[in-house]
Design a protein around this ligand. Structure first.
Ligand code: CP
Length: 318
């Protein structure tokens, strides 16, 4: 795997290899010293043109835990403010000879373009409404840990599907791992023709009791140039996931950040069924696994050495 641009390009075996690798990094995370030497001497650049808390912090921490040198650039406050183009920014940062560039950008296809301008491995950390592959991988990882397997599980993705790159990546990833997916929301927030991706479509929560997992999406008001719902209050009245609509055997997920009281009630977020915090924790080990797969391997998981006990990168002969 040279780049991670879209979940669409990964087979089930490739997804499972990343998840297995993430399991080995979860074991590292339980050690006193949580760092391994795998990427010592390599450089990882993170380049974010959109706001982020989870994705940016977990990729940064993942790079550090793998002992890489890290250059972290946010477009705001950088020379992008002076009009520097994406291509010139990538050329500038590529001059440091990075092993990987992790990019988030509002333009769908930006990560693919960056891959054409640099020798570095490129990770798509979210491109417009297109894809967010590392989110899909961490969500599959979280569910696999809880459920063992996604085969035959029913997952409802509820909310603003139209503006969501997470919805698209997760729909593909969940189905590739054997789950049956329903997308649910008002007709204005469901993309026309989405059934062609193999999912069911519902415009009401009436049958949500059939779901094993309810995956709620954020209302992405920053991407809405017109009114898609009469008001957030009316949207919440019909589509908010609360503890009345969620039954005790169902799991609840959300990629974050959450609009508390809009797509989810506060009680649902804080309920024992909520996996939201587990998703965030999974983000670190899955992103370590992504950097590992791109920069150091492609083999099935090998034992991970302590930083102190062995200077040998994992996946490399001693
Ligand atoms: N889920 C997600 O991408 O969160 P951030 O925008 O905080 O990175």
């Amino acid at each position: 795997m040279k780049h991670l641009l879209a979940i669409e390009k990964l087979s089930r075996d490739e997804i499972e290899a990343i998840l297995d690798r993430a399991e080995s990094f979860a074991e590292v995370g339980r050690r006193d010293i949580k760092k391994v030497p795998t990427l010592r001497g390599r450089t990882v650049v993170t380049l974010f043109y959109e706001s982020s808390t989870r994705t940016s912090s977990s990729f940064e921490l993942a790079a550090k835990r793998l002992s890489a040198d890290l250059v972290s650039v946010k477009a705001a406050g950088s020379s992008v403010d002076k009009g520097e183009s994406l291509k010139d920014t990538v050329a500038t940062l590529s001059a440091y000879d990075p092993a990987a560039i992790v990019i988030r950008h509002p333009y769908a296809g930006a990560a693919q373009m960056v891959a054409g301008w640099t020798e570095a491995a490129v990770v798509n950390a979210g491109d417009g409404k297109h894809e967010h592959p590392s989110q899909a991988l961490l969500d599959v990882y979280t569910l696999r840990r809880r459920l063992g397997s996604l085969d035959g599980r029913r997952i409802w993705i509820v909310g603003d599907v139209l503006h969501s790159r997470v919805a698209r990546s997760n729909l593909i990833a969940f189905q590739r791992m054997g789950a049956e997916v329903t997308v649910c929301g008002p007709p204005t927030l469901i993309p026309r023709g989405i059934e062609e991706l193999g999912c069911e479509v519902s415009h009401s929560l009436e049958a949500i009791g059939e779901a094993d997992v309810v995956y709620a999406l954020r209302m992405q008001q920053e991407r809405m140039s017109e009114s898609f719902v009469p008001s957030l209050r009316e949207y919440a009245a019909t589509f908010q996931i609360d503890t009345r609509r969620l039954n005790p055997r169902q799991l609840l997920m959300h990629p974050g950040p959450v609009n508390r009281g809009v797509e989810l009630s506060g009680e649902a977020i804080d309920s024992p069924q909520s996996l939201i915090v587990e998703q965030v924790a999974a983000g670190l080990v899955v992103r370590m696994a992504i950097l590992y797969e791109l920069l150091a391997g492609g083999e099935r998981p090998a034992p991970v050495p302590d930083e102190e006990s062995s200077p040998t990168p994992i996946g490399q002969p001693a």
